[in-house]
Design a protein around this ligand. Structure first.
Ligand SMILES: [Zn+2]
Length: 221
């Protein structure tokens, strides 16, 4: 039963408490329904079980959209231009993978492609595909699969590790060549911030609850 405006609070599937298992110590427990902004903690180890985040769907939708726009910019614009003498080299994220594949190990190139391009892209697309229609109480076809994919990919998106490594390398390269930072680098920073904000904007438990409600609504009585 949907008891609240969908974009304002976490609707309830059923009356009473939630039965949840702690993801740290596996303790099964009954936990209360929460008011906006509150969090529930494990009675055994104190780990946070879930939170009722304010404006969760609006946050997830807007930040995942912004992350996808920034991703497009990191693919289109170079993030560094290196100049040594008369030679100048410009690199975009995609070109970095191509250079790694040609000049070093293709396995490293494949890892960089997966962790910094494919995983973040699928992660944000999956979240947007699930969260945007849920704002209107609708679940698109395959939303459950998209939600599972989004949750499995979450630990594998490592664009922030790439950005940190890139900054350290650029500081060291500064002694050898003249390095100019391009739009792609600032956009990469935008991707990192917006991805973190999108993932932190909505609780998994809430996403599954909302998905179940939308699917029940779509089923004929
Ligand atoms: Zn626990």
């Amino acid at each position: 039963m949907d008891r609240h405006h969908p974009s304002l609070s976490w609707p309830q599937i059923r009356e009473g408490e939630l039965r949840v298992a702690c993801h740290l110590c596996d303790a099964l427990q009954e936990s209360p329904r929460l008011r906006e902004g509150d969090a529930a903690y494990c009675f055994h180890c104190g780990e946070r079980l879930y939170r009722n985040r304010p404006h969760s769907l609006a946050h997830a939708t807007s930040f995942s959209t912004a992350a996808l726009v920034f991703m497009g910019m990191t693919y289109a614009f170079p993030f560094i231009t290196m100049t040594t003498g008369s030679m100048s080299t410009r690199l975009t994220l995609v070109e970095t993978v191509a250079v790694l594949a040609d000049e070093t190990n293709p396995l490293v190139a494949a890892c960089v492609f997966f962790f910094t391009i494919l995983a973040p892209l699928l992660l944000m697309t999956g979240l947007l595909y699930v969260a945007a229609p849920l704002r209107h109480g609708i679940a698109f076809p395959g939303a459950v699969t998209a939600c599972r994919m989004y949750q499995r990919l979450e630990p594998w998106s490592m664009i922030e590790v790439f950005l940190l490594g890139l900054i350290v390398s650029l500081l060291k390269l500064g002694h050898l060549a003249r390095v100019e930072y391009g739009i792609g680098l600032w956009a990469l920073g935008g991707v990192v911030l917006c991805t973190a904000a999108a993932l932190g904007g909505i609780d998994r438990q809430e996403l599954w609850d909302r998905l179940e409600i939308a699917q029940r609504k779509a089923e004929p009585e």
